[in-house]
Ligand binder design. Structure first.
Ligand code: TYM
Length: 328
């Protein structure tokens, strides 16, 4: 198994990233050869303050290591340190179709009515993501549900490239999406996903929030007036309640039905403090390690440098194969 995934180093690592993706990254280190990277080239598809970006990249690297990504087992690197990502993305832009990109829901969600004012990079973003994955011949890509469509596109690009140039160059990647926490929703709106870009910090739990802030965010999380049901099906139509129960189940690593068995008939006055306590206990060690790692930025840079060197070596033959296939 060759496992690869990325995360944009913008904003803080939040609970959606952790439960939807990063926890699977950590677990999959036991199962195969892993490549994890900071998608800094994806981040600049929207303006980033240059004075902030370097700090944000190191901070995200520290957060991943604090969550359990082990740079001595997995190859952890910055995307921009491996120029083959940009090169392959350009080669694949000849294969990707505008019609395919037009169907990407993330582009539509991010641009809304301002499509004409969006950057070209935001539109071609999924082609760079396809290059990220195909460059390493990744077989498995642990992501949250929102990235599924981008990976389907990566497969379509791989199939068309292999067919057009009559080669067997690219491996078709499979997304690995957690059954339980594929889409963690905002604490303020059960119909929007928890996101770094939400202007309200109360909408998300950041992995470095202190216990008081976590308790406050859970206390203020939107809910409804009904008690919790015993049957998970009865959470349908109650998006905020469903989200909190999903988060509890994911943190406790238990099925939703078992969580409901404990809380059925009780209201959120009882459930929320229990959820806050579980969350604080689960995140506490991560926050502690994060503070430690942030003390030594030079060591983080060193680890990322070692990762980049390994990544460049693995990426090179695929890029060379793509040039060769195209007659360049
Ligand atoms: P990004 O940085 O938005 O998110 C990183 C990972 O976290 C998952 N995620 C969530 N999962 C569940 N609930 C949520 N509310 C939630 N929010 C985020 C995402 O699905 C993702 O797995 N384009 C990617 C980065 C990327 C990438 C790649 C991923 C670039 N190249 C190649 C895989 C393979 C992104 O912006 O993720």
């Amino acid at each position: 198994m060759r496992i690869l995934s990325g995360i944009q180093p913008t904003g803080n690592l939040h609970l959606g990233n952790y439960l939807g993706a990063i926890r699977n990254w950590v677990r999959m280190q036991e199962e195969g050869e892993c490549f994890f990277f900071l998608a800094d080239l994806h981040a600049i598809s929207q303006y980033q303050d240059p004075a902030e970006l370097g700090r944000a990249i190191r901070e995200m690297a520290a957060a991943l290591i604090a969550c359990g990504v082990d740079p001595t087992r997995a190859t952890l690197f910055r995307q921009r340190d491996v120029p083959a990502h940009s090169e392959l993305a350009w080669l694949l832009s000849g294969t990707a179709r505008i019609g395919w990109l037009n169907r990407m829901t993330q582009f539509k969600d991010k641009t809304g009515k301002n499509r004409e004012g969006a950057s070209v990079a935001l539109f071609t973003y999924p082609v760079l993501q396809a290059a990220d994955v195909l460059l390493y011949q990744a077989s498995h890509v642990p992501v949250g549900d929102d990235q599924k469509q981008h990976l389907e596109l990566a497969r379509d690009i791989a199939i068309k490239f292999n067919t057009d140039y009559n080669v067997e160059l690219f491996t078709l990647p499979e997304p690995t999406i957690p059954a339980a926490a594929a889409r963690i929703m905002s604490l303020r709106d059960g119909s929007a996903k928890m996101s770094k870009s939400d202007p309200s910090d109360m909408s998300r739990i950041n992995l470095n929030d202190d216990p008081d802030l976590i308790a406050q965010k859970i206390r203020k999380a939107k809910t409804d007036a009904e008690p919790l049901p015993a049957d998970p099906k009865d959470l349908d139509g109650r998006p905020e309640a469903k989200n909190l129960v999903t988060i509890y189940a994911a943190l406790a690593d238990e099925p939703v039905v078992d969580v409901l068995a404990r809380f059925a008939g009780q209201g959120f006055g009882a459930f929320k403090p229990a959820l806050a306590e579980l969350m604080v206990e689960t995140l506490r060690p991560i926050g502690g390690r994060l503070t430690e790692l942030q003390r030594d930025p030079a060591e983080l840079d060193r680890l990322l440098g070692v990762g980049a060197e390994k990544a460049r070596a693995v990426a090179a033959p695929t890029l060379a194969g793509a040039y060769r296939a195209m007659g360049l």
